[in-house]
Design a binder for this molecule. Sequence first.
Ligand code: RP5
Length: 167
Amino acid sequence: MLSDSKTPLVGIVMGSRSDWETMRPASEKLDALGVAHEVRVVSAHRTPDVLFSYAAEAQSRGLRAIIAGAGGAAHLPGMLAAKTSVPVLGVPVQSRALNGLDSLLSIVQMPAGIPVATFAIGVAGSANAALFAASMLAHDHPAIAEALEAFRQQQTDAVLQHDDPRV
Ligand code: RP5
């Protein structure tokens, strides 16, 4: 993808290709804000060795945040956080069987000492994880700070310009 061409600052990973529709808004938001990022499927259960090497190399490859989406027995964010001190932002995928409550509880209930910042279930959490990652980077990247401010202003303007819900 386009954003892979520059050294990625953010890694977006997910447990399965089936998580992509949930994680797509994270990638789109980072693209819109000009945040270089990569997107990979990394499964805690089906490719555990890839998970370990991804976490082990994250810091030295320049990643400053990892957005990790997973559903059901959602061990990916927690296991990444166990193996790297790069901040992990967990996104619970809305599972078919239990609507994502299983994912949320799997991700949010981390033991003290291994933090995962946990976001809302589904696409809102995915978009917000990207905005949060951009905020984390803004201090050291003025262009990202500017893009974030512009986004927030546009969002506010859009609400104010259409504040009558009947039209
Ligand atoms: C998790 O299992 C993935 O994150 C996904 O949300 C869920 C189901 O995966 P698939 O069976 O669709 O590959 O590991």
